[in-house]
Design a binder for this molecule. Structure first.
Ligand SMILES: Cc1ncc(COP(=O)(O)O)c(C=O)c1O
Length: 347
């Protein structure tokens, strides 16, 4: 009985300590997160510091001998397993700085899954509530992770999720992050992913990246063009029949995280950064992914397969001595269904 009284007496002290930790987390994070230091020898009390600083690996077994070198930045090594940790932190920090949301307040996002997972994680660490509107066919692993992080998840048809998210934000007095139009999305990649790539490789001839919101291709592309000039080729990857490349197509493939049915506002704003847009079929992406997993040991997700499929084509065109860089946005471990599908592709 006595320890209960002692514990109750300690509650106000614990609340003050927790408030202090939360306000430290909100106000004192390094602006470039882990980008400039890397985390191999780092011990941190704040897991948010582990965003970014991801390694780059050179492909060694599936690239043609006379082709350019192909490098892959392993973004699935971010804490929630995707490049979206960067933008979730940037978008939420931006909303806090602009006082659109206060500690204890709430954020709403519409996402195919990775951004929602990252928003759930950042929100739980910064003492915010998260309501996430997610594609009804999203990976069950991602949905379960969001719920474990304390978020409320609403499943919806892909074409309806944005309107639903906007309505909920209005009704509940929350901030709607709106990743396809949010400038903090582009800024996250301009200020962190781009500099990390150039720091790792010192020179780049082509950057290849799938377009979901376009935040990565436009943010990194803009950074690389400012530093290296127009000689660097920026290539966007979309599913076969995507409205971004083929508005008139009668059918559109779906690759998790990439945009098939809409042109995001970021892509409209930064269209001049992207030199070329290449379409990839779902089957082609999966066939390449199967080889990447089997022969390179990179356990990327379906969009990694699409990115590397196009990076290999660009490497063939560019030729020996050039450097082509792409990204492994997330991991196949988030997609139990895809793990089963690729099993048959290398047998
Ligand atoms: C797995 C995956 N790959 C690629 C992308 C595309 O990234 P971006 O939104 O920066 O264009 C996303 C975006 O959701 C994604 O989840």
């Amino acid at each position: 009985m006595e320890w209960v009284l002692v514990f109750n007496a300690l509650i106000p002290v614990l609340v003050v300590v927790e408030d202090y930790i939360n306000s430290y987390a909100i106000s004192c994070l390094a602006p470039y997160l882990n980008s400039l230091c890397g985390y191999s020898s780092m011990v941190t009390a704040l897991i948010l510091n582990l965003i970014g600083g991801t390694p780059v690996v050179k492909l060694s077994r599936i690239v043609g001998r006379d082709h350019a070198d192909v490098y892959v930045k392993l973004e699935f090594l971010n804490p929630t397993g995707s490049h979206k940790d960067r933008i979730a932190y940037y978008m939420i920090k931006d909303a806090l700085d602009r006082r659109l949301v206060k500690e204890g307040g709430c954020v709403v996002e519409a996402s195919s899954g990775n951004t929602a997972m990252a928003v759930a994680w950042v929100s739980s660490l910064l003492g915010l509530r998260a309501i996430l509107v997610v594609n009804e066919d999203a990976s069950p692993v991602k949905v379960a992770a969001m719920e474990a992080l304390g978020a409320k998840v609403i499943l919806s048809r892909p074409e309806e999720k944005r309107n639903i998210a906007e309505r909920i934000a209005k009704e509940e007095g929350c901030v709607f992050l709106n990743q396809p139009g949010n400038e903090a999305n582009v800024r996250a990649h301009y200020e962190t992913t781009g500099p990390e790539i150039l720091k790792a490789l010192s020179d780049v001839d082509a950057f290849v990246m799938g377009i979901g919101t376009g935040g990565t291709v436009c943010g990194v592309g803009r950074y690389l063009k400012e530093r290296l000039g127009s000689k660097v080729l920026i290539v966007g990857v979309v599913p076969k029949g995507s409205v971004i490349a083929s508005p008139e197509a009668s059918s559109r493939d779906v690759i998790d995280g990439l945009s098939s049915y809409s042109v995001p506002d970021i892509v409209k704003r930064y269209r001049d950064i992207i030199d070329r847009i290449v379409e990839v079929g779902y089957d082609e992406a999966l066939r390449t992914l199967a080889r990447v997993v089997r022969y390179e040991g990179i356990l990327g997700g379906p969009s990694t397969g699409a990115n590397i499929h196009v990076a290999l084509k660009v490497a063939k065109e560019s030729g020996k001595g050039k450097k082509v860089v792409t990204i492994a946005p997330d991991t196949i471990l988030k997609y139990p269904k895809v793990l089963k599908e690729i099993k048959h592709l290398t047998q």
